[in-house]
Write a protein that binds this ligand. Structure first.
Ligand SMILES: NC(=O)c1ccc[n+]([C@@H]2O[C@H](COP(=O)([O-])OP(=O)(O)OC[C@H]3O[C@@H](n4cnc5c(N)ncnc54)[C@H](OP(=O)(O)O)[C@@H]3O)[C@@H](O)[C@H]2O)c1
Length: 268
């Protein structure tokens, strides 16, 4: 499996899984060979995710575990305590700790400095951000002296994220694609269906392949073991330059699924 800045190309998303279902699905994903698991304080599932990793029997050192600091915990009085709680709930130090959303007041310096402090204290093995615009990424990476490895953003063929991709490459950061299948919408596109038929693969694998072939990691969520196994097989084939371009042209759909009210700073 390819890794981008150490992040396995295909991972496993866990929102909105909770409780025993979250535990079962994570264990199943690891059993079939996925080695990258994405959670967040916001999802309320860090405890079952931690239990699922243990239940899978896969050695902890083989799993790349990501969690994120909730917007309500970005302030000076809550940040460190929230990270300690995440580590306790997961039962382990995460491989990557992200700021889940830029703060709504637009002042990212304080939260980024607090994130860096958690890294220095050994509360995460690497650090990054999520939902940061190119301008915010540049500022954060500047403050971090180039040590941030990732920006996790909505990324799929139906949305043009090329500015973010250019910025990430300039800054030695990688993107991780959330909602990589646009929650199923990508698989409805005829272009994707035609390419899938040519390769004898499901449309979902073509979409994930389009993502990882650009050096972007993807974290699809599924409740089904067979779909998790299929998602992993996106690593096993290649799309031609023409096929990549035909799928990229779908960005004219301009479908942004996640656009919460606190994103007042815009996406620039
Ligand atoms: N950083 C952020 O702000 C942020 C925001 C949103 C999401 N995320 C993360 O990104 C993860 C994934 O995003 P998402 O859940 O929004 O969207 P997604 O992964 O694009 O779509 C999930 C849907 O795709 C289906 N699916 C998955 N694999 C499939 C396959 N091989 N064939 C057919 N259908 C398949 C699943 O159904 P089945 O269960 O039936 O397979 C599920 O309904 C989340 O779980 C979360 O960890 C992060």
């Amino acid at each position: 499996m390819d890794r981008f800045n150490g992040i396995p190309a295909i991972g496993f998303g866990t929102y909105p899984l909770t409780g025993v279902e979250a535990e079962r699905c994570v264990a199943a994903a690891l059993e079939i060979g996925i080695r990258h698991v994405d959670t967040a304080q916001m999802y309320g599932n860090e405890k079952p995710i931690g239990r699922g990793i243990v239940a899978s029997g896969v050695p902890r050192g083989e799993v790349f575990l990501v969690t994120k600091v909730d917007p309500s915990n970005l302030g000076a009085t809550r940040f460190a305590d929230s990270v300690k709680r995440s580590v306790d709930d997961l039962g382990t130090v995460p491989d990557l700790l992200l700021i889940h959303w830029p703060p709504s007041d637009g002042d990212i310096d304080g939260p980024v400095e607090r994130l860096l402090r958690e890294g220095e204290r050994g509360m995460a093995r690497s650090l990054g951000v999520s939902n940061f615009s190119p301008r915010q990424m540049r500022r954060a990476q500047d403050l971090a002296g180039g040590s941030l490895i990732c920006n996790q953003v909505e990324f799929h063929p139906l949305l043009d994220q090329s500015k973010l991709l250019v910025a990430a490459r300039e800054l030695n950061m990688v993107l991780t694609a959330y909602s990589p299948l646009a929650r199923g919408r990508c698989m409805e596109e005829q272009v994707v269906k035609d390419i899938a038929a040519r390769h004898g693969r499901p449309a979902s694998e073509v979409v994930l392949r389009w993502i990882i072939q650009q050096g972007v990691a993807a974290i699809p969520m599924t409740r089904k073991r067979e779909n998790a196994a299929s998602n992993l097989r996106a690593a096993d084939f290649a799309l031609s330059t023409e096929e990549m371009a035909a799928i990229s042209a779908l960005s004219s759909r301009n479908l942004r699924l996640i656009n919460p009210s606190w994103m007042t700073q815009g996406w620039d």
